[in-house]
Ligand binder design. Sequence first.
Ligand code: AHR
Length: 481
Amino acid sequence: SLPCDLYAAGGTPCVAAHSTTRALYSAYNGRLYQVKRASDGSTRDIGVLGAGGYADAAAQDSFCAGTSCLITVIYDQSGRGNHLTQAPPGGFSGPAEGGYDNLAEASAAPVTVGGHKAYGVFIAPGTGYRNNHTNGIATGDQPEGMYAILDGTHYNGGCCFDYGNAETSSRDTGNGHMETVYFGNIKVWGYGTGNGPWVMADLENGLFSGVNRGYNANDPSVSHRFLTAVVKGGPNHWAIRAGNAQSGGLSTYYDGPRPNVSGYHPMHKEGAIILGIGGDNSNSSAGTFYEGVMTSGYPSDATENAVQANIDAAGYAPSTLAGAPTVGSRVSLRATTACCTNDYLRHNSSDSNAAIAAISSSSSSADKAAATWIVRPGLGDASCVSFESADKPGQYLRHYDFRLRVDTLDGSALSQQDATFCPQASHNGQGISLRSANYPSDFVRHYDYGVYIAGHGGSHDWDNTTAWADDTSWVVTSPWA
Ligand code: AHR
């Protein structure tokens, strides 16, 4: 039995079931998610390999080959139509057109599940999904349960990497108007032992780690590569549970009455569903989501334990990216387009712009140093990377007006995002490609010997589709200096 079969057997059926990696009912043989490709704007539903099976990741790979794809819809498997799509603006606006949040790049979070390739939903800051018009999700003080499988190594201290029940207006309508799983290390509201990250419940105007508004000693830091995070709540009763999604059971971090501050008993749940954002569309958090469900009714611990046993058996495992830059190392980045295979990404000597230029053993030491980078944890998302100039300490490769240059960052979140690049599978099969952390369809590209972040087709010259896959593929080499 799969998770939603088990919840149904326990009398608390799924009313939303989201996964980009597998079916969550043994009879489910439908679509899991939809991707949209940059080359022609067309969409494709990605389904399962068979009833109750794993995602057909090969269908995504062939549809998105040589271009880039975004995840546009995460379908609800419950039959209630509670699909998740690009989150609209609310109390806060997102970075995309019209104040919407960004969509996730479709191949940004590769894994294997039961030996099958699959992709998770990579939430960089600014990314979010939502459904404000749901069916069957708990409202008011009605009981519900939920779990999510997350990457316990991908998180930050922004508000708020949530999955669960939120406001239908995308605005903060007061204490008790939300009930979600939260994961990350923000300490503005609640926290537990250690430095985080923690699994908490976002109940609106508060991430709760237990009965107290701030510290609760029973909520530990947890960072399993694959993390099962559980929250459930009913009238004056709620719980937080979590465990390693690769093995073992769930531990209970809290099980008791509603918080000892006003506004959370009774609850005022509104029944929208969010992923990767706060109730008011706060969108500065990061995380990775693989699957999750919401139920009608308060699931028993026994039901959740059976779900966790199925999750263990599903066989989540990391996949490694060959040729990826190692944090702390010095590297050079070689172009792979046929014109330019002796060219390396460097900063100019005459100005701070980046360019590609031939570097060889007979190049000057100044030229070699200008083409050498120190790989740092991503300043805007630590699960990606930033490139510090080897000869200009403290200056980082960043995009500005879509062109890459080296810069002393001003410390703003925007400058840090601009200097953050996420390595993923190469578009031409050589080396890797480097995705912009804040423009998920844009990749580091050389064009007419300048270097940009570029989409596969778009309004700038450098978005030209000719040779895009080659121009966005880079081999990480040993450093010139
Ligand atoms: O409860 C924490 C956050 O506070 C909510 O997600 C958001 O709506 C508000 O800013």
